[in-house]
Design a protein around this ligand. Structure first.
Ligand SMILES: *Cc1c(COP(=O)(O)O)cnc(C)c1O
Length: 382
């Protein structure tokens, strides 16, 4: 049987615009000021308010957010950083950018997140930071190891690139924990086109993060306009978010709750549809706490099923090939059995706000057919 794939089902992820973004960008372009401007500062204020935090520092990408956070926490050569291998390669590259050593740890295959125990087992006297990834939007909180890490002067830098809007109890991710980094790349829960955010907490001051993301310069735009010089007070990079990108985020933010609810509805539709499929394990998420970012299943014969789905025009993907098996990171390879198994079995189904529940039915039907074709399931939906 050939099925005609609906447009939404053909893409694994996709940006979603609410309609006011283009006009907001045009306004910034017409103003003639595209750099770090009032618009960027307005975005920082609004997003801080939304998250329930005092300060938020906008940067040009999630990767820049992670790099800036590591610099601000004074992580560098000779330091170890505990990081799950199961993450986007950006997390690892940020660690290498400051000259520190990544120590890869395994994840719980049920959530694709690290646990307190996995982290504590990897901590040594050289550990300076731990970078948990809030995989798929799951709001993990580390309540048990947080104190112990603080006592050992180890900073937690959360990679919350997937988790904008998720909650940890009553508070949003970013309002608890040490440093939190978000990404506002094209396919993240909220997009600025490109962008990122660092939430300063604990001993790391907002001013330090602001200085690093603006070439080490301390003065504000207004101060610089009224003096004859500027002062470079430390190391820094050109990492600030442009007004163009901030305008996109500002236009998105008022619609976020609606978008989050759409994601929850789509997630539950997948949960219902997949419950009828043999041989498939859904990587679970609690949609009441989290804003789901990905829909993933663990399946046998993943590569063959992936090829079958692609042949049917369904936009499947893999998040992620384990980092400790990547050629560039091979010197830090170690045995991570759960991650390696997930790496072989995980399949990411299309998940974005252009999908309809009808698309999801079609995707899951195609998955059932694909599993049957490769001999991975005995009984599937018709
Ligand atoms: C997207 C992502 C990043 C990097 O964010 P960019 O904005 O793409 O630089 C880092 N970590 C994870 C887990 C991501 O998904």
């Amino acid at each position: 049987m050939t099925i005609t794939v609906r447009p939404g089902a053909g893409r694994n992820a996709s940006p979603y615009l609410f309609g006011e973004e283009a006009a907001a960008v045009a306004e910034v372009l017409q103003s003639g000021q595209y750099g770090h401007t009032d618009v960027t500062e307005e975005f920082e204020r609004r997003v801080a308010e939304f998250l329930g935090v005092r300060d938020a520092v906008a940067v040009m990408s999630g990767t820049a957010a992670l790099h800036t956070a590591l610099l601000a926490a004074e992580v560098g050569p000779g330091h170890e950083v505990v990081v799950p291998s199961m993450t986007f390669c950006a997390t690892v590259q940020a660690i290498l950018a400051v000259g520190a050593t990544p120590v890869f740890v395994d994840v719980d295959p049920a959530t694709l997140c690290v646990t307190d125990q996995l982290v504590m087992d990897a901590v040594t006297d050289r550990t300076r930071a731990v970078m948990p990834v809030l995989f798929g939007g799951r709001a993990i909180d580390f309540s048990r190891c947080r104190k112990e890490l603080a006592a050992r002067n180890i900073t937690i830098i959360e990679d919350a690139a997937h988790a904008f809007g998720s909650r940890n109890g009553a508070r949003r991710v970013g309002a608890t924990g040490d440093l939190t980094c978000f990404s506002f790349g094209p396919i993240k829960n909220l997009t600025c086109g490109q962008g990122g955010l660092v939430i300063p907490r604990g001993h790391v001051e907002a001013a330090t993060i602001r200085r690093i993301r603006l070439l080490g310069v301390v003065q504000s735009q207004a101060e610089r306009a009224s003096t004859t010089s500027y002062q470079v007070e430390g190391f820094g990079l050109r990492y600030q978010m442009s007004g163009i990108n901030a305008a996109i985020g500002l236009a998105q933010l008022p619609h976020f709750e609606k978008a989050a609810n759409t994601r929850r509805i789509l997630w539950r539709a997948y949960q219902r549809a997949l419950a009828g499929l043999d041989g498939v394990r859904l990587v679970d998420v609690d949609p009441d706490r989290s804003v789901p970012h990905l829909c993933q299943v663990l399946i046998p014969h993943r590569d063959k099923v992936h090829a079958q789905m692609k042949a049917r025009g369904i936009g499947v993907g893999v998040h992620y090939p384990p980092n400790h098996l990547q050629p560039a990171f091979s010197q830090w390879r170690r045995d991570l059995p759960a991650t390696e198994q997930v790496g072989r079995q995980v399949l990411t189904l299309p998940f974005h706000q252009h999908l309809t529940e009808a698309d999801i039915d079609q995707i899951v039907t195609a998955l059932g057919q694909a599993l049957k074709t490769v001999g991975a399931a005995s009984c599937t939906r018709s």
